[in-house]
Design a protein. Sequence first.
Length: 458
Amino acid sequence: MGGNAPSRTSSRINQVDLHRLTGLHEKFVRREPGGQRLQLNFKRLDGLDFTGRNLSEAELVGTEARGAFFRDATLKNTNLFGADLTRADFTNACLARADLRGASFKRAVLLGADLSEADLRDGAIMARDKNGMLSYIDRGHPAARFDDANLRRSSLADARLTRLVGHRTDLGQANLAGARLVGCDLSGSDLSGAVLAGADLSQCNLSGCNLRGATLAGAVLDGANLDGADLTAAQISRLELSSAGSCQDVKLPKDREKLGRTLMRLMDEHQLWLKTQGRQGMQAVLEGVDLTGFEAEGLDLSAANFRHALLAQAVLSAGHFSMADFSGAQISGASFEDADLRGAGFQDVSAQAASFAFANLSPMPITGGRGRAWPVNFSGANLSAADFRGADLRGANFTNASLVGVDLREAVVTGASFVDADLSGADLRDVELAEADMRGAIGVRNLLAEAINRITGD
C-alpha cells in the first residue's frame, strides 16, 4: 500500500517567480486592478524569502516551506492548512486568524509573532492514491506540531490550540489569554512569565513545564497534568490547582506563614541589618514567597531578596528598595510609585500593568567606586502596560524587554538602553529618545527620527 499512498506535489517556485506572484497578491490585498490572490497550494517553497511581504488571505495549503523566511510578514487570514513550516522564521510576523490546522512548526522561530485567534486545531490532508482510495498525505498526524519551536513573546490570545503538540517549546512571556488548549501536549516547555489568564487547559499535559511567574488566574485546569511543573511566582489559586488531574512534585510559591517568623519581625531584623551594615540582624530573604497583595508603604527594604517572589497587586509605594533583587518575580499590578529603586534588579520580571510612576530608578552610586554606579536592570522583563510616568530612568537597562503599551510620559531616559526592546504602542510624549540607546528597538522608528531632528534642528 505504501507505494500507492498519495504524496505532496513537489513543483518548486523560485525566488524570482515568487517576487512577481507576491507583488500581484499585494495588489489583490489592496483591491487594486490587476491583483491576483496568491495560490501556492502543495508547492515547494523551501528556503524562500517572504520577509516583510503581505500574504493576507493567501492560499498555501499543504505547502512545503521548510527553512523559509517570513520575518515581519503579514499573514492575516492566510490558509496554511497542513503546511510543513519546519525551521521557518516567523519573527514578528502577523498570523492573526490564520488557518494553521495540522501545520508543522517544528524548530520554527516565531519570536514576537502574532497568532491571536489563529486556528491550530487538528487537521490532516487526504488525497486519492493510485487505486482511487482516500488516505492521508505524508505525515498523517492530525495535530499541529511546535516541537522545539521558539514562540517567545508571541501572542496566541483566544487562539484555538486543541490537541496541539509542542514538546520543549519556548512560550516564555507569550500571551495565551483566553486560548483553548484542551488536550494539548506541552510537556517540558518553557512557559515562564506566560499569560494564561482565562485559558482552557483541560486535559493538557504540562508535566515538567517551567511556569515561573506565569499568570493562570481564571485558567481551567480540569484533568491537566502538572507533574514536576515549576509554578514558583505563578499567579494561581489553590482552588484552580485542585481541579488538575495530577500535581506530583509540583513546585509552588512558598506560604508566608512558613517563613518561621512574622513579616514584621523579618522587617525589623532587616532594619537592624541595614543600620549595622550586616553586623547584627538578618537580611530579608523572601525568595519564592507568596506575598500577593503585600503592603509595605514607606518601609526600607533596601538590598532585600525578592527573587522569584509573588508580589502581584502589592503596594510598595514610597518605599526604599535600592539594590533590592526582584529578578524573576511576579509583580503584575504592583505599585512602586515614588519609590527609591536605585540599582534594583528586575531581570525577567513579569510586571504587566505595574506602576513605577515618579520612582527613582537611576543608578546607585557604589561606595568607594570612584564615581561608578550600579544601574537598574529590567533586561528581559515583561513590562506591558506598565506606568513609568515621570520616572527617573537614567542609565536603566531595558535590553530585550517588552514595553508594549507602557506609559513613559515625561520619563528621563538619558543613558538608558532599549536595545532590542519592544515599545509598540508606548506613550512616549515628552521623552527624549535620542538620549537613549535605541538600537534594534521595535515600534519607535518614526518617533526616534523626530527626536533626532529636534536635537539637530533638521
